[in-house]
Write a protein that binds this ligand. Structure first.
Ligand SMILES: Cc1ncc(COP(=O)(O)O)c(C=O)c1O
Length: 435
């Protein structure tokens, strides 16, 4: 792979990106299909807006600039861009067809692989997006328990039952909003107060960025069973990453249903619903969850190759090692620059860079960090979403880039001039929780 990435470059020329963005405004609402990839999440006028190509953990924007990518398509690229084994499987399947008039054998083969890898996956169904399967899980829980209320914690997708709990609840009926409540993650007491006999399910990302309270998941498991509510893990970020069997394996807690997408097919659109057979059999009754592309074969071929590679190469272990080097490296560098206001937190395979408000507006700190990393060829949106293609060379380069960027951040915090150092429009928040 060519490596055109150097330290201390000019900020990239983003002329073509800017021209495309101008064409999209007024044509594509918000200009994007994925908020986290859109123009509000990058310093406008400074950061590239459109990517053309990727290989391993490197990407090239439409102006030809090369970067090490720390976002990795917001999660799906567990192995990396253009990963040969997966791409070979997709090409081979393409020769035979993409989607068919009857079911395809890969539906069975991949389901067997998932059942072997994921604790509690007695039955398996597919769909295309994360929101598809979290919503199917909630509907299944409501049908199974004959209750309506939902408790959730984390992000679960764009559908009414969840997005109605946030500040972006436009178009969601009040009656629907009233049925879902959020609870603070990692706080078993707060959850127990909410969990009554009207609750159909508790759905959550098993782990976010805080160190998991040792009793949190086991308490949740016991409390759901006692209350007759189903426990649903949203494993979009933990699935096939924190262990091959996801958070259920890593924390030894089995949910009633578990939802996966992102890492399972290295970038192809596939999501997976797994769980207890007696609950999953609800999908055979009057509950409807079927969709045209659910068994599309290119994604299933990609999943088969991805799951094989994740297992054979012990990718979750590799992510843990490289992720720890980055996380510990960042925290050591922040200490060397006498910055106590920023830390890398979370699991090794997915780390968040936190900025404290006492050092200035966190979004301005994030914007400055993003801008400065671009000078050193690192495309960054506040996370380390690691892939198997982030090797030692990439980790060392990113740490070198952090060393320089943290120096600039330290100066800006010290002089209180964060805003004037940002050469474009700072990044914006996504949304707030309201319920
Ligand atoms: C934890 C979690 N759940 C659900 C979703 C929704 O997935 P999708 O965007 O594929 O619908 C996401 C998306 O980022 C997610 O991070």
């Amino acid at each position: 792979m060519s490596n055109g990435i150097r330290f201390d470059q000019q900020l990239p020329n983003i002329e073509r990106s800017q021209a495309l963005l101008a064409r999209a405004s007024g044509l594509i609402p918000s200009c994007t299909q994925t908020l986290a990839k859109g123009p509000t999440q990058y310093v406008r006028g400074v950061a590239p807006v459109y990517l053309q190509r990727g290989a391993g953990s490197h990407v090239w924007d439409v102006d030809g600039n090369e970067y090490i990518d720390m976002t990795m398509a917001v999660g799906p690229l567990s192995l990396g861009y253009a990963y040969p084994r997966v791409d070979r499987a997709i090409r081979a399947q393409l020769e035979d067809g993409i989607t068919f008039s009857l079911m395809h054998p890969l539906e069975v083969e991949v389901a067997e692989m998932i059942r072997a890898a994921v604790p509690g996956a007695e039955m398996v169904r597919y769909s295309k997006t994360g929101a598809d399967v979290t919503s199917a899980a909630v509907r299944l829980a409501r049908a199974f328990t004959k209750r309506d209320r939902v408790l959730c914690s984390g992000y679960h997708g764009w559908h009414d039952w969840y997005i109605g709990t946030t500040s972006r609840a436009g178009g969601v009926p009040k009656a629907t909003r009233a049925l879902t409540a959020t609870f603070p993650h990692n706080d078993p007491i707060a959850l127990l107060e909410e969990l009554d006999e009207q609750v159909a399910c508790v759905i959550l990302e098993p782990v976010l960025f805080e160190t998991l309270h040792r009793d949190f998941l086991p308490t949740l498991r016991k409390a759901c069973t006692a209350a007759g509510a189903l426990l649903i893990f949203d494993e979009m970020w933990t699935g096939f990453r924190v262990a091959l069997g996801g958070a259920q394996e890593r924390y030894d807690v089995t949910a009633d249903l578990a939802c996966f997408s992102k890492a399972v097919a290295n970038g192809m659109p596939l999501s997976v619903l797994t769980g207890r057979a007696d609950v999953m059999r609800g999908l055979e009754d009057d509950l409807f969850f079927f969709t045209t592309f659910g068994g599309e074969a290119l994604s299933l071929a990609a999943a088969k190759a991805t799951l094989s590679e994740l297992r054979e190469q012990q990718v979750p272990d590799a992510l843990r090692v490289q992720g720890a080097r980055l996380q510990e490296g960042y925290n050591r560098l922040a200490g060397e620059h006498r910055l106590t206001s920023t830390r890398a937190v979370g699991l090794e395979s997915r780390t968040l860079i936190q900025f404290d408000a006492n050092a200035g507006d966190p979004l301005l700190q994030k914007s400055l960090m993003q801008q400065e990393l671009l000078r050193h060829g690192v495309l960054w949106s506040g996370f380390h979403n690691l892939s198997f293609s982030h090797g030692d060379a990439e980790v060392n380069h990113v740490l070198g880039a952090y060393d320089r960027a943290l120096g600039v951040l330290h100066d800006a915090v010290k002089h209180g001039d964060l805003e004037s150092r940002i050469l474009g429009v700072p990044v914006q928040p996504v949304f707030r929780k309201t319920v």
